[in-house]
Design a protein around this ligand. Structure first.
Ligand SMILES: [Zn+2]
Ligand SMILES: [Zn+2]
Length: 371
């Protein structure tokens, strides 16, 4: 099968690799139909995630069709259309039972990290009953793909962790895929204002289209002053940091109001300063963490109810065979006006002539049966 393989810092290739097989009774093999690239994958490519070793198939966001299940899998069968959660969880370890599956002792974020991931034609998903979600028939694959990681991350680690209440003033710092996902989800809570800060005009314009009440380009470094002016000097009740840089970490600390909550989504590859000397007196709460993806069923409901359209985050569609080109494009997201790039594997299934013929025959038989 074709798969994106990490070969050490700076090198990924679309290689021919062996197809995965079931290793445990609780495993499923998924034929991936659509996948996408995450900011974390770029961090891996740069060599910034040391847990990823050379030879690893990367990618942790995908949708597909169940190809095989182990005998211990109870809720999924061959042929089911599924979302692959970026989080693997056993459901029975201490952390899973405490409701923190992101820190499952046998799982967490392991797909495309410490085990082979889903930028591939097939992927093995451990603890399939916990890591897969059925896609309702009327929800498209592309929309469902956004629930593998970014929309749950924006909702759980950003919005829910920020404890936003109706009528609040919210700031989202960083209008990348996850910041924009948080922007979609925060509107469930009817905040009075949602201020989005970024350095890129295209992303800010998109944020305005997706519901931001105010957009601020911080190229001039004046975001703090502008936000204080917009809030009559009070600052914001909820600050969602979706960049992961010492400067944005500083920014959210400067704009948070008395009693406010800072929710940190950004992934930090370096340390950042926490100014407790000015925050403690303001009764500020700070939260951070890895997504649990436990909101996927709720997010599916909101999509079915017409309250959420994560398809709005998709800017590019490409065949899976062009994924290396897609990496290049995503790495220049600002210039390329890219948010989420959907890679389609339907056009690239490895098939010998034999099974191609078999498939054509099957199709013909189905057509005959239908008449
Ligand atoms: Zn991701
Ligand atoms: Zn567990």
């Amino acid at each position: 099968m074709k798969a994106v393989v990490y070969h050490g810092p700076g090198v990924i290739k679309l290689d021919e690799t062996p197809k995965p097989s079931l290793l445990e009774a609780t495993d499923a093999i998924i034929r991936v139909t659509k996948t996408t690239i995450c900011g974390t994958d770029l961090a891996i490519l740069k060599g910034g995630v040391p847990s990823v070793s050379s030879g690893r198939i990367i990618g942790h966001e995908g949708v597909g069709v169940v190809e095989a299940v182990g005998e211990g899998v109870r809720h999924f069968k061959v042929g089911d259309k599924v979302i692959i959660s970026c989080i693997t969880s056993c459901g029975s370890c201490e952390n899973c039972r405490r409701g923190i599956p992101s820190n499952c002792v046998d799982g967490g974020w392991i797909l495309g990290n410490t085990i082979d991931g889903c930028q591939a034609e097939f992927v093995r998903v451990p603890f399939a009953d916990n890591g897969l979600y059925h896609i309702p028939d009327i929800i498209g694959e592309e929309v469902a793909l956004m629930l593998s990681d970014i929309v749950p991350t924006g909702s759980e680690v950003g919005v829910m962790n920020s404890d936003v209440q109706f009528g609040d003033v919210v700031a989202i710092v960083g209008a990348g895929p996850v910041g924009l996902a948080a922007l979609l989800a925060v509107q469930f809570f009817s905040p009075a204002k949602v201020i989005v800060v970024d350095l890129d005009e295209y992303r800010l314009a998109l944020a305005a289209k997706l519901g931001a009440t105010n957009i601020i380009n911080n190229r001039d470094g004046q975001a703090v002053a502008k936000i204080m002016e917009l809030t009559n000097g009070h600052g914001v009740d909820a600050a969602i940091e979706a960049v992961g840089h010492p400067l944005t970490c500083k920014l959210v600390q400067e704009i948070i109001a008395v009693g406010g909550t800072i929710a940190n989504i950004g992934v930090y590859s370096q340390s950042a300063e926490l100014h407790k000397e000015s925050l403690w007196v303001k009764n500020v709460t700070i939260r951070m963490g890895v997504v649990n993806t436990t909101t996927i069923p709720l997010l599916l409901n909101t999509i079915l109810g017409g309250k959420l359209d994560p398809g709005q985050l998709i800017t590019h569609r490409m065949p899976f065979g062009e994924i290396i080109k897609a990496y290049e494009l995503f790495a220049n997201a600002g210039r390329e006006k890219a948010v989420k790039i959907v890679l389609d594997l339907n056009s690239l299934q490895s098939c010998s002539e034999d099974d191609l013929v078999e498939r054509i025959v099957k199709r013909l038989l189905e057509q005959t049966a239908a008449h």
